[in-house]
Design a protein around this ligand. Structure first.
Ligand code: NAD
Length: 403
């Protein structure tokens, strides 16, 4: 049996149970289930070979009640509008859960960025921004990095948007290079938050140090998480990336060897990292890696979702039955969007101060979530979503309805 639930079906089900638990009216539930705006665009791309290819991209604004849209842009093969919509909805609950004044949005282009030259990637990025321009802007909808995009793409996005305005507009993207208005600590802010949440949950479960951690995915989020944890009383027992897996029961030393290459350690299959015996397992790459097929082989005490949606709903049911706690993505990886908030608010903030504030914001959101979960007898995921949904619903009621 495999999991058949798509991310959008799962996100709508989560909203439905939150609406029921919170006693929302059917009208409010329907409004929160419906994205405010959704734009599909064609991106014609001139290849180096001279050929013409046409890619498809999206920008979905799920909710704009608590503030402008906020959410990353991903370049991913097989991406579709429903997946982007689900991610936009989760951004709405995430911003509300950690108490920052934004709505939820998400964007992306269906493509494999590793198959493009730098010049092709630049053309994709610039054309995507010109196509979604009517929807975005500082105060309207602010973009950020996600899978397959980083500082370089953020700089191109800002420049393209600015070119059409005859004005510099650093507020259109976060996660940009410091030389054009970015903030030093932003690139590692998601990892800082994931590390803070992992340590907090380890403490709340009374796990004895050194905490044994396995990390699946060694990109922006996974690598930064590993670096922050390496400074703590933590043993990194296994790490993987798309093309490799390494483990060492005595601990992997990261930072040795070439950047971009695996840490020295025993070679294992990439998927075996998900089944490594450890205290905390952090899937930090792509969605759906812990599912019905392998959830019964996970040997961690707790799973902290560094990535978005790495545990499928059916996979989570198996983990929960086995007594393995799951800290949901909207809580665990919210450090990125909190960092983005500081980039917009105080671009000159030091990385250390920003990271301390992220750790504080996430620890407090974790405590709120745990209290709610215990009080209502629900999972941490349901509790996190309920807190987010209730804050957005309250904001709707407070603002009132136009006209
Ligand atoms: P990234 O592209 O920098 O890194 C992803 C890494 O995962 C890459 O190194 C890739 O090689 C590797 N990978 C791909 N498939 C894998 C697999 N099956 N097993 C192990 N590794 C695999 O992306 P990122 O920015 O680190 O984002 C990772 C996840 O975190 C995504 O789900 C993203 O939505 C989420 N996220 C990112 C941020 C952020 O600030 N970048 C914020 C919140 C959430």
């Amino acid at each position: 049996m495999s999991d058949v639930e798509t991310p959008l079906v799962a996100a709508r089900k989560q909203l439905a149970s939150a609406a029921e638990l919170l006693g929302l009216t059917p009208g409010m539930h329907e409004m929160l289930a419906t994205p405010r705006r959704s734009l599909e665009v064609a991106i014609p791309l001139r290849m180096e070979s001279g050929d013409l290819r046409t890619l498809i991209g999206w920008r979905v604004q799920h909710n704009l009640t608590r503030g402008p849209g906020k959410g990353g842009v991903r370049y991913q093969p097989n991406l579709n509008r429903d997946d982007v919509t689900a991610l936009a909805m989760l951004m709405t609950w995430k911003c509300a859960l950690v108490g920052i004044p934004y709505g939820g949005a998400k964007g992306g282009v269906r493509c494999d960025p590793t198959g493009f030259s730098v010049a092709e990637l630049e053309r994709v990025t610039r054309r995507y921004i010109s196509e979604i321009r009517p929807l975005i802007g500082p105060g309207q909808d602010i973009l950020a990095p996600d899978l397959g995009t980083g500082e370089r793409e953020m700089a191109w996005m800002m420049d393209t948007f600015a070119a059409g305005r005859a004005a510099t507009t650093p507020g259109i993207v976060t996660g940009k290079p410091t030389v054009v208005g970015g903030t030093a600590g932003r690139a590692s802010s998601t990892g800082r938050g994931v590390a803070a949440v992992a340590l907090r949950v380890a403490r709340s479960l009374d796990l004895r140090p050194p905490i044994r951690v396995a990390i699946a995915g060694f990109g922006n989020v996974g690598k930064a998480t590993a670096h922050f944890l390496a400074d703590e009383d933590v043993r990194l027992v296994a790490i993987s990336d798309a093309d490799w897996g390494r483990h060492s029961p005595t601990g992997l030393a990261i930072g040795e060897g070439d950047p971009g290459s695996p840490p020295p350690g025993e070679k294992i299959e990439r998927e075996a990292v998900l089944e490594e015996e450890c205290d905390v397992l952090i899937p930090a790459a792509v969605a759906g890696v812990i599912a019905v097929e392998n959830a019964d082989r996970v040997r961690a005490r707790v799973v902290v979702e560094g990535a978005n949606g790495p545990v499928t709903p059916a996979g989570e049911r198996i983990l929960v039955e086995r007594g393995i706690e799951v800290v949901p993505d909207i809580l665990a990886n919210a450090g990125g969007v909190v960092g983005s908030h500081y980039e917009l608010l105080e671009p000159h903030i030091s990385a250390a101060v920003m990271h301390d504030r992220i750790a504080e914001a996430l620890a407090s959101a974790y405590d709120d979530t745990q209290d709610f979960a215990r009080r209502e007898g629900v999972s941490l995921r349901d509790a996190a979503i309920c807190i987010g949904v209730s804050r957005v619903a309250r904001a709707h009621l407070t603002r009132g309805l136009y006209p």
